[in-house]
Design a binder for this molecule. Structure first.
Ligand SMILES: [Zn+2]
Length: 331
C-alpha cells in the first residue's frame, strides 16, 4: 500500500517551542516533543542494516528555476563537508559527529562527500506540483535524458533533489521541509538512496527557514531570541542548508531505513537529526536556538565553511556523548 507512512523519514516541522500551543498538534506531529535530553531519545538503536561508509558521490538535481547565487551557497556548503581548510568550528567538524556511527563491521560513516555531478531540470519535467513519489520520477528523468544525464551510480551514489521556491511538494511546509528515502526498482530500476529538500522562501520561511523567520502564529520572539539574519543573505537558502545537512546526516546513517533510528515503528523513525531539531548551540531549548555566533552584520551562524562562508546548521545526536552535539558547543 502506498500510504504516506511508507515515505520514511519526515522532518517534522514543529519545533519544541510550539509544543505548548496545542496538545492536539503535539499528538499529530511527533517532532514537537523533541527536547534535548528527554527520555524518549534514549532508545536510538542500530538495526543491522548498511550505512554509507564508502566515499559518497553526491549528485544534485536542481529542479525548477534557480538563482545562481543560491546555488553557489548550497554548493559551498556541500564542498565544506569534506574540506579541512575551514577554521573551527567548521562544517567538517560538524560531520565528525555523523562519522561516529558504525555498521556491523565497525566501519564508520565516510568522511568523503564529493559533488560528483549536477543536473538542471529547469523545464519542470514532472510539473510544479510534486507528490512524494514523483520525486523518484525526477531522479529517473535525470538518469535517462539524452543530454547531460547523471550517471546511475548504485555503488556509492547519493542523489539530492532540490526544488525551487515556486515548486510545491506534497506535505512541504505542512509536515516536512525535506525527507530521505530510497528509490524503487519499479520506477528507477535500482535502489538508490536519495534526499529531497525544498526552498521555502516564498511558501513557508516561518516553518522551514527557522530561525531566520518565525511561524506567524508563534507571536513575537522574546528580545534575546530575536529573529536571526541569514548568514548568506537569503533566508530560504540558508534555511535549506540546515535541512540539507539534516537529511545528509540521516540518509548516511539510515539509507535503507534499517540502520540507525529510535522508536519501535520503522515507518516513522526518529533519526539522528530529528532528535535535535531546533538545536544549534549550547543551552538550546524552549524556543532558544542555543549559543551561536553573530557576524559583523549581526547574522547568526555556528559553522565555518570554504571561501569564508558561514552557515547555521542544527546539531545531531552524538552516540558517544548521548546528547545533541555540534562543534560550537561550549565546554
Ligand atoms: Zn529528519
Amino acid at each position: 500500500m502506498q500510504d504516506m507512512s511508507h515515505f520514511l523519514h519526515v522532518c517534522f516541522i514543529l519545533f519544541s517551542f510550539l509544543a505548548t500551543i496545542s496538545n492536539a498538534q503535539s499528538n499529530q506531529f511527533k517532532g514537537s516533543k523533541k527536547y534535548e535530553g528527554s527520555s524518549n531519545l534514549l532508545d536510538l538503536e542500530y538495526h543491522m542494516g548498511p550505512i554509507l561508509t564508502s566515499p559518497i558521490n553526491l549528485y544534485i538535481i536542481w529542479y525548477g528555476h534557480w538563482n545562481p547565487n543560491h546555488q553557489s551557497t548550497i554548493k559551498d556548503f556541500l564542498y565544506s563537508l569534506s574540506s579541512s581548510s575551514s577554521p573551527s568550528p567548521s562544517v567538517s567538524d560538524w560531520w565528525r559527529t555523523v562519522r561516529l556511527y558504525t555498521d556491523q563491521t565497525g566501519a564508520n560513516i565516510t568522511n568523503s562527500i564529493s559533488l560528483a555531478g549536477e543536473f538542471i531540470d529547469s523545464g519542470y519535467s514532472q510539473g510544479k506540483y510534486l507528490s512524494r513519489l514523483s520525486i523518484q520520477s525526477v531522479i529517473k528523468n535525470s538518469l535517462s535524458v539524452k543530454y547531460r544525464s547523471l550517471p546511475l551510480n548504485y555503488k556509492n551514489g547519493l542523489y539530492l533533489v532540490l526544488t525551487s521556491s515556486d515548486v510545491q511538494v506534497q506535505d512541504f511546509c505542512r509536515a516536512v521541509c525535506g525527507f530521505h528515502y530510497f528509490t524503487f526498482p519499479s520506477i528507477v530500476g535500482v535502489t538508490l538512496p536519495y534526499a529531497w529538500v525544498g526552498h521555502s522562501g516564498t511558501q513557508c520561511p516561518g516553518v522551514c527557514a527557522y530561525p531566520f523567520a518565525w511561524p506567524k502564529y508563534s507571536g513575537t520572539p522574546g528580545a534575546h531570541k530575536g529573529i536571526m539574519g541569514a548568514p548568506n543573505g537569503d533566508l530560504g537558502t540558508d534555511g535549506m542548508i540546515s535541512v540539507i545537512a539534516h537529511e545528509l546526516a540521516e540518509v548516511s546513517t539510515n539509507p535503507l531505513v534499517n540502520a540507525w533510528y529510535a522508536g519501535d515503528d520503522p515507518s516513522a523513525p526518529d533519526e539522528i537529526a530529528d532528535m535535535c531539531l531546533g538545536t544549534y548551540g549550547s543551552g538550546a531549548g524552549g524556543g532558544y536556538v542555543g549559543q551561536v555566533y553573530k557576524d559583523r552584520m549581526g547574522n547568526g551562524y555556528n559553522l565555518n565553511g570554504v571561501k569564508g562562508r558561514r552557515f547555521l546548521v542544527q546539531w545531531v545526536w552524538d552516540p558517544v556523548r548521548k546528547s545533541c552535539f555540534g562543534p560550537n558547543a561550549i565546554h
